[in-house]
Design a binder for this molecule. Structure first.
Ligand code: 4AD
Ligand code: MG
Length: 445
């Protein structure tokens, strides 16, 4: 008899198998228990019949409470009514740990997350348990596949994985969101982005990507911001903004296609409207100059409640939602004013008020999923920028070196994994896209 996982159950029709897992839910009649049994790879119905298993086993099934762990052996039977197509007719049940329930005993209140509706605050406080629920399970399996597709995309194109440090001596994306740590007798910061180091990698290896956790001490609570999030950042020597955008759109289309091909059951659990994702597999994506985006917002006037924008302002989330809403695919906004963006961005050779930068906005109001740019490759201009931004020149000597020794135009971008997964899953808040989210008001569990 084989010990198997639910995800492979189709290979065992009419065979006797053993499954190890937990009780997800239960329905009972006098002679039958219908157990919704989960093993981490899926959920299957186990039928326990008094006639088949005898009194003793039937009593164990009777007493099983939600999330109690047990091992079941039985025959795999076709069941066309269920999604998975099979069910188990139990011959034996062995309890591993029974969660006790006694309505009168405060110590024995059973599993805290019952099938009834719970508030988000409660669920977040019990995130370590909430992970077992079907929707969370679906989201995190999609996350897994997004990460796999990210790595496949770059690995198949000859990019070298280039790990960048988490402890850094200086800011990359502005000084207002730095997490400071004591580094012996010096100050260090948790990295906001691996980009600056990836630039060294691009010159050494031609094309690289870094992929790791990044940190930003975001001061506000939003649906789109975490304080710890995972970012993948490709960096390529000898490309400009144009090729950077082409790489970004091919990348996004590749991941979306991979998810549509491999994660339909999970998208169904989330009731995701797949037609809305399909269009993102078709290239190219529209490209809108910053000025034209600003014009679109001006023309929309006060139809929408948002802050009025002046030239040089960055877009807020209502503006991004409006612009993205004018298209049925992700859309690039490119050439933000130099004053709007980070110190390292190359000015546009046609008009140096603008930078060779881009944001990619997801459809349906999910906001910016990618930020990228061509980098300043001239030594003196970069040094001036570092000084103008009041950044500590000492910490950037190595970065300036890259402009002294064989400097070339180069570009890259960063994609935030959790933003991306939020969009793919079509869920309202970013906090469900990582096992243990870190936010302004949350560091537990
Ligand atoms: O636009 P950002 O700040 O760009 C960079 O960090 C560049 N150094 C990337 C590069 O060119 N190599 O961040 C990139 C992406 C955003 O588009 C967004 O998807 C995500 O990172 N992101 C966040 N995700 C979750 N929570 C936050 N607080 C985020 N901040 C940025
Ligand atoms: Mg950005």
């Amino acid at each position: 008899m084989s010990v198997v996982y639910i995800e492979n159950i189709a290979d065992y029709e009419e065979k006797e198998v053993t499954l190890k897992g937990w009780l997800y839910n239960k329905r009972s009649s006098k002679k039958l228990h219908f157990l919704q049994f989960r093993d981490g790879t899926g959920i299957i119905q186990v039928i326990v019949s008094r006639d088949d298993t005898g009194e003793e086993m039937f009593a164990i099934a009777e007493s099983l409470t939600q999330e109690s762990s047990f091992i079941v052996t039985g025959i795999v039977k076709k069941d066309s009514r269920s999604k998975i197509g099979f069910e188990i007719h139990a011959s034996s049940i062995e309890s591993v740990q029974m969660i006790e329930y006694d309505a009168d005993d405060p110590q024995k209140q059973g599993y805290p997350i019952t099938p009834k509706e719970h508030g988000t605050a409660f669920l977040m406080e019990n995130r370590h348990l909430w992970l077992r629920s079907r929707q969370q399970w679906a989201i995190l399996r999609i996350r897994h596949s997004v990460i796999r597709a990210i790595r496949d995309f770059f690995d198949n194109r000859g990019f070298i994985l280039f790990d960048t440090p988490i402890l850094t001596p200086a800011a990359c994306e502005g000084t207002s969101t730095l997490f400071e740590v004591d580094y012996y007798d010096k100050k260090a910061y948790l990295t906001q982005s691996g980009q600056l180091y990836a630039e060294a990698g691009a010159i050494a290896f031609g094309k690289v990507y870094c992929f790791g956790p990044t940190f930003r001490a975001e001061k506000s609570k939003t649906r789109r911001h975490l304080t710890e999030f995972w970012m993948v950042e490709p960096e390529v020597a000898y490309i400009t903004l144009k090729e950077d955008m082409e790489l970004a759109e091919q990348f996004v289309a590749y991941i979306v296609k991979y998810i549509l091909e491999t994660r339909t059951p999970e998208l169904e659990i989330l009731e995701r409207d797949i037609s809305k994702l399909q269009s993102a597999t078709e290239l190219p994506y529209p490209r809108v100059h910053y000025n034209d985006a600003l014009k679109m917002i001006e023309e929309a006037g006060d139809k929408i409640e948002w802050d009025k924008l002046n030239w040089g302002d960055d877009f807020g989330s209502p503006h991004e939602t409006y612009i993205a809403g004018q298209f049925d695919k992700p859309v690039f906004i490119h050439r933000f004013p130099v004053i709007t963006k980070s110190f390292y961005m190359q000015p546009d050779p046609e008009d140096d008020k603008y930078s060779m930068s881009m944001d990619l906005l997801a459809p349906e109001g999910y906001g910016e999923i990618i930020g990228g740019s061509q980098r300043v490759h001239d030594h003196d201009l970069l040094m001036k920028r570092i000084k103008d931004h009041n950044l500590p020149l000492d910490s950037f000597q190595w970065y300036l070196d890259l402009r002294k020794y064989g400097s070339v135009p180069h570009a890259g971008f960063g994609l935030g994994v959790e933003r991306f997964v939020t969009w793919i899953c079509g869920i309202p808040h970013i906090r469900q896209t990582i096992p243990f989210p870190r936010m302004l008001d949350r560091i537990y569990p």
